[in-house]
Design a protein around this ligand. Sequence first.
Ligand code: BGC
Length: 504
Amino acid sequence: MGFVSILLFALGCVHCSITCCSSAEVNKHFFPPGFKIGVANAAPQIEGAWNEDGKGETIWDRYAISQPDTIYDHSSPQVASDSYHKWREDLEMVKEMGVDHYRLSIAWARIYPDGYKTDKPNERGVAYYKNLLRSLRALNIEPMVTLYHWDLPQKLQDDFGGWLSPKIVDIFADYARTCFELFGDEVKWWTTINEPKQICELGYGSGVFPPAINLPGVGNYQCAKNVLLAHAKAYHIYDKEFRQKNQGKVSIVIDTIWFEPNTTKPVDIEASERALQFSFGLYGNPVFNGDWPAVVKARVAQRSKQAGLKKSRLPTLSPEEIALINGTHDFLCINHYASHMVSALSDEPPFTDTSFDADIGVNDSIPSEWPKGGEAWFAVWPPGMRKLLVWLKNTYNNPEIVITENGFSDNAGTLEDDHRINYYRDYVSNCLDAIYIDNVNLTGYTAWSILDDWEWRVGYHSLIGMYKVDFNDPNRARTPRKSAGYFTQVAKNRCLVDPKDCVH
Ligand code: BGC
């Protein structure tokens, strides 16, 4: 983003703040007492060491290495940011920032190389995470651990189709139990599965992410059901076998874009609600309210019927399954980066089109004046953060909410990243507005990312770290960007403005 657009962004934000929903200025409040500030990343994006110390192959290893053309810059997660070897240095960076927590993920294939439980988990994999977690504790940084951040052991895909098959549910539950057993003393904050929508829709619906299964309107929903059951089983295992001893909390991480209605017409407001229910509610509703969202059930059933199918493409959740999934949360985790505009479609998409987009049935657009991040979907509109938090509060009965990802990517990777500073300032300011004006029970904020990583299909074309990683250097040198200094100040001052101007 050039200087002019940064300037326009800054001006645009002030303008949005006045006209849309936010207070005109950066929120001056201190974060509430006990509010947790953290930074994050995930195993497949930073660890590298893809086949070291007994780690098994994952679907992303297979995909990127065997089909380099599918990745923007033909890169792969083989080395990534090399955090597997440089983790001590990385923890020092986290410590330097003065944050409360560090969100990381465990690579399933480091614990069980083929995904299946075996008599003994892979010792070297276990040792890696034990060392990491104990060191975090010693540094007084709370670990927040995700069990699954998209890196399915390839064998589970090859043997029975991965998340398409109900077989995955018990296999994931076994893996989750092993992690609770091995690391439960160190970890009080668990999240089971990261962003099920991306796993299911991109992996098994449109097929643009591995395992690249193209079953639109069928595979994504089957996957959704299995992901929810797997999450629920893991939650109940923790509840019954570990909670009393370890006193931790468990949840699932769901992501969504904020869908702002294009106009105040009821049909456009409905379009926004529908998009949110398909995007977040498909997972949020079963976990927080029980069953699929009514609008999702009705639309997929109706579109299936019109296409001549005997039953809905959306699998049913039985009363037992609803009961198993409902309530499996100790807090609500949200990943949020961007907003889009939506409006009602003038014509219903053809019923033969089974894509997720056709099922949602809205016009989705991005205003040209909204600044863009490193990928096409990444449109910056800070008021979307506040609106989303208020929507979550109202839709899920005022839960405790923790933001598990939020941050800004670009393609330039400059060290002078004022645009990223502006992003953090304006998004966090909207979080504070949500807390102080809308009484949202937001208790934590996690910035993504502490360092540049391997950004899936865009490889190293999209850079999102507060620390730059030199991917051309075999040593993967880290250098702080300007935003690292900014975020350190925010974590230290517990406020977005000059400490002398902060108010309680
Ligand atoms: C994912 C991260 C990714 C980030 C930025 C999120 O959807 O959880 O793995 O790095 O988006 O693209």
